[in-house]
Design a protein around this ligand. Structure first.
Ligand code: SF4
Ligand code: SF4
Length: 96
């Protein structure tokens, strides 16, 4: 029997089953939340962004746990990025 695609269960979206896809995105610093200087880079236009390492992930990401090491002072962009949002779903599709 063929199951109509609309009846398939929706996979749960959770950071726990994600390879921190959104932490590979360019993160602009639009206000000072206390991010340590060593994680900040100045881009070619003079703006401040989160530094990323050669593997593509933000320098502040713990590579073993895939958790943010500066969670309490993370940039506003990271705070606004909602788990389960269209942006999140899109990054998971392209980044896993
Ligand atoms: S917010 Fe979305 S893309 Fe970012 S780690 Fe969580 S599930 Fe992955
Ligand atoms: S600051 Fe934290 S939440 Fe934001 S991209 Fe870097 S590791 Fe991810």
């Amino acid at each position: 029997m063929t199951i109509p695609i609309t009846n398939l269960p929706t996979p749960t979206i959770t950071c726990a089953s994600c390879q921190a896809c959104c932490c590979r995105l360019e993160v602009m610093l639009i206000s000072d939340t206390g991010v340590p200087d060593r994680f900040i880079k100045t881009d070619q236009w003079g703006g401040e962004v989160m530094r990323r390492l050669d593997d593509g992930w933000c320098a502040a990401l713990d590579r073993d746990t895939l958790l943010c090491t500066i969670y309490e002072v993370r940039p506003w962009v990271c705070r606004e990025f909602a788990m389960g949002s269209q942006e999140c779903i899109s990054e998971r599709l392209h980044g896993q």
